[in-house]
Design a protein around this ligand. Structure first.
Ligand code: ADP
Ligand code: MG
Length: 256
C-alpha cells in the first residue's frame, strides 16, 4: 500500500520578481513499512520537501498525500525528528518523551510503559529521570526519536537527525535507528546529505539534484538486514555509493 504519494510537487519561495525555485517536478511514492532515504547536497530543497510533507508549509503546485488524504496542515498522527533535538530543559527525559501524550491528551498511564520500552530500545534505560542537559548530543537525539515514536505514528520523518553529531556517534545512531526500525517496522522518510548513511539505512535512496531540487534516481538497496557497520566495506555497498555519487561528480557537490 502506498502511504505517501507525491505528484508534480513544486515550491517557489519569494516574490514573482525574485523567485527561488526550491523544488521542481517532484514525483515519488513510499510503500507502507519502507525505509526511504533522500540524499542531496546542501540547499537542494530537502528540508523544504520535508516541511511540505509534514504540513508546515504549503506547496506552490502539485500535491502530496499521506494515507490517501491531501496534506493540508500539521498532522498529529506523524512523528518528526529535526537536526537539533529541541528538548525542553525543564522537563526530564521521560516528560519530554511524553510531551505529545500530554498535548494530545492520550493518557500518560497508558503510554508510560511504551515510553520506557522505547527508551530501553535506544539504550536510554536508567536515564528517564535525567534532564536533557545531563545527556550527550547523541543521547538527546535518541530521546527526540523516542518522542517522535511515542504515539505510534503513521509515519516517521527525519531531517538530517544525526547531522550535528561526530562521526562515531553518528554510526552508533545509525545502528540504533536500524534496530528500532527492525523492531517496529515504521514507515520512515530519512533526509541526509551523507551517501553512506543513506545506503546503510535505507531500502531505497532517492537522489536529489542541486537547486531546483528534482529527484534524478531511485536506488533500491538490497543489502541483507540487520546490517552491521562492516557492510560499508563490501563491494555491494560500494557499488550503491558509487552509483549515487556519479550524479554529483559533475558539480563536485556532496563531498564526503
Ligand atoms: P536543504 O535542506 O537541502 O539544505 P532547503 O530546503 O533548506 O535545502 O532550501 C532550499 C533552497 O530554498 C535554498 O536555496 C534556500 O536558501 C531556499 N529557502 C529555504 N527556505 C526559504 C525561505 N523561507 N525563503 C526563501 N528561500 C528559502
Ligand atoms: Mg535542510
Amino acid at each position: 500500500m502506498e502511504l505517501i504519494a507525491v505528484n508534480s510537487l513544486r515550491k517557489v519561495y519569494g516574490t514573482q520578481v525574485d523567485p527561488v525555485v526550491a523544488l521542481q517536478d517532484i514525483h515519488f511514492a513510499i510503500e507502507k513499512g519502507q525505509f526511504v532515504a533522500i540524499v542531496g547536497p546542501s540547499g537542494c530543497g530537502k528540508s523544504t520537501l520535508l516541511k511540505i510533507l509534514v504540513g508546515l508549509i504549503p506547496a506552490s503546485q502539485g500535491e502530496a498525500r499521506l494515507g490517501g488524504i491531501a496534506i493540508a496542515g500539521p498532522r498529529r498522527d506523524i512523528g518528526v525528528v529535526f537536526q537539533s533535538p529541541v528538548l525542553f530543559p525543564w522537563r526530564t527525559v521521560l516528560d519530554n518523551v511524553l510531551l505529545p501524550v500530554d498535548v494530545q491528551r492520550l493518557g500518560r498511564d497508558k503510554l508510560k510503559a511504551r515510553a520506557m520500552n522505547l527508551l530501553s530500545l535506544v539504550g536510554l534505560q536508567g536515564f528517564e529521570n535525567r534532564f536533557p542537559q545531563e545527556l550527550s548530543g547523541g543521547m538527546q537525539q535518541r530521546a527526540a526519536m523516542v518522542r517522535a515514536l511515542i504515539h505510534d505514528p503513521t509515519m516517521l520523518f527525519m531531517d538530517e537527525p544525526f547531522g550535528a553529531l561526530d562521526a562515531m556517534t553518528r554510526e552508533q545512531m545509525n545502528l540504533q535507528l536500524q534496530h528500532v526500525w527492525l523492531d517496529r517496522k515504521e514507515t520512515v522518510l530519512f533526509i541526509t546529505h551523507s551517501i553512506p548513511e543513506a545506503v546503510f539505512l535505507a531500502d531505497r535512496v532517492l537522489v536529489m539534484t542541486p537547486r531546483p531540487g528534482r529527484i534524478v534516481d531511485d536506488v533500491a538497496v538490497d543489502l541483507a538486514r540487520p546490517r552491521s557497520l562492516d557492510v560499508m566495506t563490501t563491494p555491494d555497498f560500494g557499488r550503491h555509493v558509487k552509483r549515487i555519487r556519479e550524479h554529483f561528480k559533475a558539480t563536485g557537490e556532496l563531498a564526503l
